[in-house]
Design a protein around this ligand. Structure first.
Ligand code: ADP
Ligand code: MG
Length: 581
């Protein structure tokens, strides 16, 4: 150490309060939407039944939140902008049990350190510089935040356009409107009323007000009442699933939360009912004992820590699954768990099929479009069927009779597995089975996707796609695998690329090897090419599917994602259910 350094030895100083608050503001206040969130939470905590949020320029120049809650007496005004000043907790037990929305006592301190803030309540107003004056106003509280980040230009620069910031604010207000139907919410932007949701009795009513009845008709109610944990709310029918995760809401103890782990549980429950790239719609309200969740781990309280995360995951999975199953099959959900044994057939004991006539595919009208019939026809060995389909239920399940009882086949899951096995085999043996398109499909791709496609091309070729380059970033699809319908090839290719893209971001590996993308591509293609859930099938088509399933032997009992493709209910179980035993 030299002489010079001695003179510059470190000195520890206590930071002035305004600086501490500004540093804290970096965590609490990221953008206008974070201010809106804190203010709306405070209004809800104050017992408001009406909250008005007024914004200008996406909240950059003005955020005003008006409520009719209990307000604050002016004796407390001195502490409003103080850090760690809160009326909501005073002991450590409070911290553990507090079910209010906010209890860190730092929001207003942080907000006022990076904006011009006025807090007005029950006839008095105070500004961040401490000035107190009388103000004519209705009872309740009005917090006005002007010129956000006027004194921190670096943060101001990070803000997006007015319309993006506005959208974030809108999402916040909407998410609180969703979890507090008992509060009326009005949103005004640039002096125009965006919405004005009246006070509602229930979540249903609020959903109606926000989304309208066409959407809400496609929602299915969820209800799980455990001793500690309650889950209620709605999931959207598979048809509502979209490419974007816009309507995925999880509320825990009255607070909207980002909980990717729980989103995953819902997605998992939908399984092959939706395409892998689609995002299901859900509004889940989870209530649990405040001791089982720590809401205080994130400065903006966007995330929480759950003590029994795995258990909640499974509860969500079960609750959602059972509703999806119930919707299609009212009775099975009531059967006891043991009755869902995966079906392992004892082929030797099957009676001969008694369906007449035997299947004559040449009688099919050309308008019966099913590609996979064509494929079944082309199978070299067309063995005598061993399993007899009786009928299709809800256009989704095939009901079969077996010597032991009845068997239900999930047509999508089963066919998805068949497709998967075939594509896999074709890829391994490089024995593609193609159909040439009469009109080749021309596709323009963004540079990044074009790059991915180039990498995936040899694999796509090995399963039956014939794709050639056509100028920069555009391709021509000349042939597709035999089993695919020509109608949605464009979507299929785009879906595959999207899945690859997502996976690439997850693994960041840039797909060095073909094997790495094989499963992604084949999984997607199998799902997309398979008969849909809800698609009407003729008896002949059902029979063809069963034939194909038997060819893939033990693989037939589950879809490629591991969901069962068939369940059996034995006569024994039926007798128990009908109280014959
Ligand atoms: P916290 O919400 O964590 O207590 P805040 O900084 O958000 O901290 O608020 C500080 C205090 O100001 C609150 O504890 C509450 O007493 C009071 N307050 C804030 N907003 C309102 C409101 N809308 N109505 C009544 N009191 C409020
Ligand atoms: Mg607060």
């Amino acid at each position: 150490m030299n002489q010079d350094n001695k003179t510059t030895l470190q000195q520890i100083k206590k930071l002035p309060d305004f600086l501490i608050n500004q540093i804290a503001a970096g965590e609490v206040v990221e953008r206008p939407a974070s201010v809106v969130k804190e203010l709306v939470e405070n209004s809800i905590d104050a017992g408001a039944t009406k909250i008005i949020v007024e914004l200008s320029q996406g909240g950059k120049t003005l955020i005003k939140v008006i409520d009719n809650g209990v307000g604050l007496s002016k004796e407390n005004f001195g502490l409003v902008f103080e850090r760690h000043a809160t009326s909501k907790i005073s002991t450590q037990e409070d911290l553990a049990l507090n079910s209010n929305l906010g209890f860190r006592g730092e929001a207003l301190a942080a907000i006022s350190s990076v904006s011009k803030t006025e807090f007005a309540s029950n006839g008095f107003a105070v500004t961040s510089d401490g000035e107190l004056k009388a103000k004519a106003m209705p009872s309740g509280t009005q917090v006005t935040v002007s010129e956000l980040f006027f004194n921190v230009p670096a943060r101001q620069k990070f803000l997006k356009t007015d319309s993006t910031e506005y959208k974030k604010c809108l999402e916040v207000v909407e998410s609180y409107a969703l979890c507090h139907p008992e509060v009326a919410f009005k949103l005004i932007h640039n002096q125009k009323t965006v919405f004005d949701y009246p006070l509602s009795n229930s979540v249903d009513q609020r959903l109606q007000a926000i989304y309208g009845s066409e959407f809400t008709q496609k929602l299915l109610p969820i209800n799980y009442l455990g001793s500690e944990t309650k889950i209620h709310g709605f999931i959207g029918k598979p048809e509502l699933a979209t490419d974007r995760a816009t309507n995925q809401h999880i509320f825990v103890n009255g607070r909207p939360l980002e909980a990717p782990y729980f989103n995953h549980a819902v997605k998992n429950a939908f399984g092959s009912l939706i395409f892998p790239s689609k995002k299901p719609v859900f509004f889940l309200y989870i209530n649990l004992s405040p001791q089982d969740v720590d809401m205080n781990v994130h400065p903006r309280k966007l995330e929480a820590r759950f003590h029994y995360q795995g258990i909640i995951y499974n509860l969500i999975l079960k609750a959602v699954k059972s509703v999806l199953e119930n919707t299609s099959l009212a009775k099975t959900a009531e059967l006891s768990k043991q009755s869902y044994q995966n079906y392992i057939p004892n082929t030797s004991s099957y009676s001969q099929p008694n369906l007449t006539p035997s299947y004559n595919f040449s009688n099919l009208k050309p308008t019966e479009p099913q590609n996979y019939i064509k494929e079944a026809q082309s199978e070299p060995t067309f063995a005598e069927p061993t399993l007899v389909p009786l009928c299709q239920i809800n256009n989704s399940y095939i009901l079969c009779e077996t010597p032991e009882g009845i068997l239900l086949i999930d047509q999508h899951a089963a066919h998805e597995r068949v497709m998967y096995q075939k594509l896999k085999l074709a890829a391994q043996n490089k024995t593609p089975n193609s159909q040439t398109l009469l009109t080749p499909i021309h596709l323009e791709l963004p540079a990044s996707q074009f790059e991915l496609l180039t990498q995936a091309k040899p694999l796509l070729a090995s399963i039956g796609f014939e794709i050639s380059d056509f100028g920069s970033h555009s391709i021509v699809i000349n042939a597709i695998p035999t089993k695919f319908s020509q109608n949605d090839i464009e979507q299929l290719i785009q879906g595959i690329l999207k899945d690859l893209e997502e996976n690439e971001t997850v693994t960041k590996n840039g797909f060095a090897k073909l094997e790495e993308i094989e499963d992604i591509v084949i999984n997607y293609a199998a799902c997309r090419g398979a008969i849909k859930f809800g698609q009407k099938l003729s008896l002949v088509e059902m029979q063809a599917l069963i034939q194909e399933m038997e060819l893939i032997k033990e693989k037939q009992y589950s879809c490629p994602h591991g969901r069962p493709s068939m369940i059996s209910i034995t006569y024994d179980e039926l007798e128990k259910q009908f109280k014959r035993k």
